[in-house]
Design a binder for this molecule. Structure first.
Ligand SMILES: [Zn+2]
Length: 315
């Protein structure tokens, strides 16, 4: 009896064997290779409370949110630039308490009564609530280093940073204010382009802002345009590309139409790195690439240089 049991146990080993036997190569590639990965992801998600850590999309490192904020939303490991809100960016550039916001309460009206998948009115309400912004740009006058400047900072989280009547009007007013006060102007752009919900009214903003910039330039006042990821279409085709100095953040996508549209239209292979800040620097469309962590310091250097140039011309 005992011998039989022993034999059975030995035989039992045989039943374990199939599980240890490696599965055929194709199965091993897919199912076996994927399983442990899924398990790791699940346990990680459990361990990491939301809103404390961010995962860098470029280097996949986990970064402590507080450290990321302190580094102006730039990855400490690989330098990837995370999106940053307009208020946070203004805070990182201007001297404490020096920023006087203009037209803070200006809001868009739905002149065309536009309705697509959702009405423009409901979109505006939803974005005003979720972003706590009134529209896609914040403008005002503030001190950067020792320079008083007119400053406009766009925010991509509000309807893709699209340029409607309010964005155009606020930017025009800050340009006019800078001209009137005889101070330099800095516009930090990020935009998907014109706001389609406002049709022709959004396209008119391209001419309006460019016209105001022409008066600013005529007064021999410097304008620095800062392009951040992404700056495209109607904004790139107007004030964003009119800077006396045009600088960009690293790896920012900059262009008019998107690469997919260009590829489909021209049926041509696009060169590597097409429409990135680095590509455009190589081809002379922009003057410099400045990491966000050095932005304030570099802007002060440029403003010093341009102010000195203006003084010499005046003298
Ligand atoms: Zn990174």
């Amino acid at each position: 009896m005992a011998t039989t049991t022993f034999t059975k146990k030995t035989l039992g080993l045989d039943t374990i064997e199939p599980a240890v036997t490696p599965p055929p190569p194709d199965v091993a590639e897919s199912a076996m290779a994927r399983k442990p990965k899924m398990a790791t992801t699940r346990s990680r998600k459990k361990d990491i409370p939301e809103g404390i850590w961010a995962k860098c999309p470029k280097c996949a490192n986990m970064i402590y949110d507080k450290e990321l904020d302190e580094n102006h939303k730039v990855c400490l490991k690989c330098g990837h630039h995370f999106p940053i809100g307009a208020r946070e960016r203004i805070h990182s550039l201007v001297e404490t308490c020096s920023f006087e916001e203009m037209d803070a309460e200006m809001v868009s009206v739905d002149v065309l009564k536009f309705t697509g998948v959702a009405s423009y009115r409901s979109k505006l309400d939803a974005y005003q609530k979720s972003t706590t912004l009134k529209d896609a740009v914040i403008t005002g006058v503030g001190m950067i280093g020792g320079h008083r400047v007119g400053l406009a900072v766009m925010d991509f989280t509000f309807l893709g940073g699209s340029m409607g009547s309010v964005v155009g009007e606020k930017i025009t007013r800050v340009i006019e204010k800078a001209t009137e006060k005889e101070v330099p102007l800095i516009i930090i752009s990020t935009s998907g382009g014109a706001r389609m919900y406002e049709g022709m009214f959004s396209l008119m903003q391209m001419a309006k802002t460019s016209g105001a910039l022409a008066y600013h330039a005529k007064a021999r006042l410097p304008y620095i345009s800062v392009l951040t990821h992404p700056t495209t279409a109607g904004v790139m085709a107007s004030y964003a590309s009119l800077g006396d100095l045009i600088i960009a953040e690293p790896a920012a996508m900059i262009g008019f139409a998107g690469p997919r549209v260009i590829k489909d239209t021209t049926q041509a292979e696009l060169p590597p790195g097409f429409q990135t800040a680095e590509f455009l620097l190589d081809h002379g469309l922009i003057d410099a690439i400045v990491p966000r962590t050095e932005m304030k310091e570099k802007l002060i250097t440029y403003l010093d240089f341009m102010a000195e140039g203006r003084r010499q011309v005046a003298a």
